[in-house]
Design a protein around this ligand. Structure first.
Ligand SMILES: NC(=O)c1ccc[n+]([C@@H]2O[C@H](COP(=O)([O-])OP(=O)(O)OC[C@H]3O[C@@H](n4cnc5c(N)ncnc54)[C@H](O)[C@@H]3O)[C@@H](O)[C@H]2O)c1
Length: 436
């Protein structure tokens, strides 16, 4: 028997999402539909993934969930916060991602999930305004109210463990500053209502302070500051961020490593999107788009290493645009025009037109991040969980390290971490028997 390094997933797990919009409701409704046999959890490694173990000759390829103790979907309770009062059935209906016939079959379960009052401040998301918002004298007071919510949720739903995944809107761009440096400065800032502490950071603080694993699905700073890392280490809490890697950036981190591997040059990569959901509306504001832009732009630089390969990538022009276009709703269209060059510098072009569904791509990521963070907690792993970079557009790393964006390298790290937690041998590039 392998020496599994994580405690079993006994009892119930609560998954809490700040934000009950398109992504969160598609995630929750999807999980409930899967539980009832009304759909397949496509895209979720924790549900469908297999992993090779041992030598190739052993021919062992079990399901990931049979190698490490991942919480069963039947043992999960869902909850969240939003500034709108709609329950999950109503919010999922408004989001228009999932078929109404499917939602109607699980109406009772979805209607029972009502949003807790949000910590929200319009200064950070100008396009939104809603009634279901907490009041408090200080940001610390609001953080304490969130901690009370978490405790109450755990009791009412009879949960043994809880994890939190930020599925709220993208906030305005904030740079890391003095207040974010230490736990002491952050707590001082919470008491003094420091403007550099956005609502998403108040949720992250509440979670991590209580030892609740936290993942950040948006590009907001949230848990990606030294103070939160220090707190996570103090409270033995695994954290991961930031920004779900779905549509266009997923494609980019699949294609770019391939072009680089063949030493094909790139002169320009122009990416544009049209989308018409609430996320698109929020990102139509330049201050909110800036946060997203920074998250999207870093990807190619790290994969292509232009400093090392000036003749191939030194003058590459990289541009990312997002355009709010209501008729498309959640069904985003992402175009990429890639100007590449080959032998003797001869130019060629690649066009990608990805007609994707944003929330359909994001929902399985919410599930995997939640279940794998819960696993990490039971394996006594704390601080930044770099092995979860696979899911994230702008992966959080330890100070001084660059993030790894190459999807395939990220996947290797994820699988080796699973092997390690499962008490199996890790498989490295140096091994003679590397190929899957
Ligand atoms: N769908 C994707 O492919 C994808 C990929 C990467 C990142 N994201 C990010 O995920 C997040 C969610 O996306 P979405 O499509 O569900 O957006 P959405 O606008 O449908 O949902 C976000 C919800 O969060 C709520 N909200 C905002 N601030 C809040 C706060 N402080 N507290 C509680 N609730 C709050 C809003 O009222 C809204 O209902 C966005 O930040 C988006 O940028 C999505």
């Amino acid at each position: 028997m392998a020496d599994v390094k994580a405690r079993p997933a006994t009892g119930k797990l609560g998954i809490l999402t700040p934000g009950l919009g398109a992504v969160a409701t598609t995630f929750i409704a999807g999980c409930i539909a899967v539980r009832k046999g009304l759909g397949q959890p496509i895209g979720a490694l924790t549900q469908m993934g297999t992993i090779r173990l041992g030598k190739r000759t052993e021919n062992r390829k079990p399901h990931i969930k049979d190698v490490v103790p991942i919480a069963d979907l039947n043992d999960v309770a869902f909850g969240g916060w939003d500034l709108f009062e709609d329950n999950v059935y109503e919010a999922a209906t408004n989001a228009q991602v999932l078929d109404q016939r499917l939602l109607d079959q699980i109406k009772d379960e979805l209607s029972a999930i009502k949003p807790m009052k949000a910590v929200f401040d319009k200064n950070y998301v100008k396009r939104l305004e809603g009634p279901n918002v907490k009041t408090g004298t200080t940001k610390m007071d609001l953080a304490e109210q969130l901690m009370e919510d978490i405790k109450r949720f755990k009791e009412v739903n009879n949960c043994d463990r809880v994890v939190m995944v930020w599925c709220g809107s993208t906030e305005i761009y904030i740079e890391e500053g003095d207040v974010h440096q230490t736990v002491a400065s952050l707590e001082e800032g919470l008491r003094n209502n420091d403007p550099d502490i956005a609502p998403s950071m108040i949720y992250a603080y509440a979670a991590v302070k209580m030892g609740v694993p936290y993942a950040n699905g948006a590009p907001n700073l949230s848990c990606d500051v030294p103070a939160m890392i220090e707190l996570a280490n103090q409270t033995n809490t695994p954290i991961a961020g930031k920004d779900f890697k779905t549509g266009q950036t997923l494609m980019k981190t699949i294609l770019a490593p391939g072009l680089k591997a063949r030493y094909l040059g790139i002169d320009g990569w122009f990416s544009t999107n049209i989308l018409g959901n609430r996320d698109g509306e929020v990102l139509d504001d330049p201050d909110n788009f800036k946060t997203k832009e920074v998250s999207k732009l870093g990807v190619l630089e790290q994969i292509l290493e232009p400093d090392l390969h000036k003749e191939l990538y030194g003058d590459m022009y990289h541009k990312v645009r997002i355009n709010y276009y209501p008729p498309r709703g959640d069904n985003k269209e992402g175009w990429d025009n890639i100007d590449i060059k080959g032998w003797l510098g001869y130019p060629m072009q690649i066009k990608v037109d990805f007609l994707c569904r944003d929330s359909i791509l994001a929902a399985p990521l919410v599930l995997d991040l939640a279940l794998l963070l819960d696993l990490a907690k039971r394996a006594d792993m704390k601080g930044i969980q770099e092995w979860l970079s696979f899911y994230l557009k702008s992966p959080q790393t330890a100070k001084g390290l660059y993030p790894q964006h190459d999807l395939f390298k990220q996947f290797e790290k994820l699988k080796n971490t699973i092997r390690h937690i499962g008490g199996e041998d890790i498989i490295t590039h140096l091994g003679l028997d590397y190929y899957e």
